[in-house]
Design a protein around this ligand. Structure first.
Ligand SMILES: Cc1cc2nc3c(=O)[nH]c(=O)nc-3n(C[C@H](O)[C@H](O)[C@H](O)COP(=O)(O)O)c2cc1C
Length: 341
């Protein structure tokens, strides 16, 4: 509940780099909005929408059960996938299980992702998946959050080894995700080399867990508040380096952000802080309406660009400028791959 409270009070910076991306306008798109197909795939998973509710909560008793129940109703109503928050609390204390199990109860046929940190063992991963009959398992990487967290981990050894064992031994696809600090090409390469097929870049520029954890400590480690790769830079770094399915997330708030994330190379997009705020401040119906609007606005944007499918959207020309251009150029990426395609 601390995290939820501080996520709402610190908000989202909109420093994700999407303002550096401009689509090249097309005057003859030759498409009708009714032809737009929003279906997508993530590794072996088929999704009817590229939008999903990213990992947030559970394990905080009744209050988090209520939030997960509401999110599950929204996911079911909108036909979108949903992740639960870290299930370690329920693995350590079975009284916390209902706050996660509610999600499967509410949405028996939905696509639901389990969630654990990279400290998890294979046995714990299997328990998390079974707890909610998950269709996939997210493993979060959150080194900076742990460092800033007063009670956080300080030992980050052997995480890659543990993830490799989980990938080899669980029956569902594994998604390795960041939590708002972004993902570099170096990290993506290491993950691809151990058999990971799906990554969520969890880019910098939206919910900021250094700021959230700093709110929970007396001596603030403010030097981590601006730490990380933006969402846009991360999507390019990962998608241009390894043939993985990429989820674009970190600060997304509208359909143009979604279209840009997909055009840069993502196959799906995760929303956390923005959906949480809407849910808690305006209620379930408002969030359902907003997701409906995101779907219809995305279809409008795709029509304007002449992209009938997500795959076609991933090929439209766009120009990258400003900070994102500078970052990518310094990191050895040729931004003309996007502008001249
Ligand atoms: C209140 C809150 C709790 C979160 N808890 C988790 C978690 O348990 N596990 C996880 O992988 N990510 C967690 N996240 C991170 C989100 O899944 C996401 O990666 C991050 O917030 C960036 O996306 P956003 O800018 O859309 O919020 C949490 C986010 C919020 C706002």
């Amino acid at each position: 509940m601390d995290h939820i409270e501080h996520a709402l009070s610190t908000g989202q910076a909109r420093a994700h780099g999407f303002e550096d991306i401009t689509f090249v306008h097309q005057s003859l798109p030759n498409l009708s909005t009714s032809q737009i197909d929003l279906r997508t795939t993530l590794g072996e998973l088929s999704l009817s929408s590229p939008i999903f509710i990213n990992a947030m909560t559970g394990g905080g008793g009744k209050a988090t059960l209520k939030i997960n129940e509401a999110l599950a109703i929204v996911a079911k109503e909108c036909g979108i996938a949903m992740a639960v928050g870290s299930q370690m609390a329920a693995i350590k204390d079975s009284r916390e299980r209902p706050s996660f199990e509610i999600v499967r109860k509410v949405n028996p046929n939905g696509v639901i992702f389990a969630n654990l940190g990279s400290e998890a063992t294979v046995e714990e991963a299997k328990q998390a998946i079974d707890m909610i009959e998950a269709n996939g398992l997210q493993i979060h990487l959150n080194v900076i959050q742990e460092l800033v967290m007063p009670e956080g981990d300080r030992d980050f050894t052997n995480a890659l080894k543990r993830i490799e064992q989980i990938v080899q031994q669980v029956e569902v696809p594994v998604i390795v995700k960041e939590v708002g600090f972004g993902m570099s090409k170096e990290t993506a390469l290491k993950l691809a080399n151990i058999g990971v097929k799906i990554v969520d870049v969890g880019g910098f520029g939206g919910t900021n867990f250094a700021r959230i954890e700093n709110e929970r400590r007396l001596r603030m480690l403010t030097y981590f508040n601006d730490w990380g790769l933006t969402t846009t830079a991360s999507i390019v770094e990962v998608s241009q380096t390894v043939p993985l399915s990429v989820i674009g997330s970190g600060g997304l708030q509208n359909a143009l952000d979604i279209a840009k994330a997909l055009a840069l190379g993502a196959s799906a997009v995760g929303f956390a802080g923005y959906f949480l705020k809407l849910l808690l401040e305006e209620g379930i119906e408002s969030l359902i309406e907003e997701i409906g609007n995101l779907h219809s606005d995305l279809a409008m944007i795709m029509s304007a660009l002449g992209a009938k499918t997500i795959e076609q959207l991933q090929c439209v020309p766009l120009v990258i400028r400003g900070e994102t251009h500078h970052w990518l150029t310094e990191r050895g990426f040729d931004t003309k791959v996007y502008s001249c395609r």
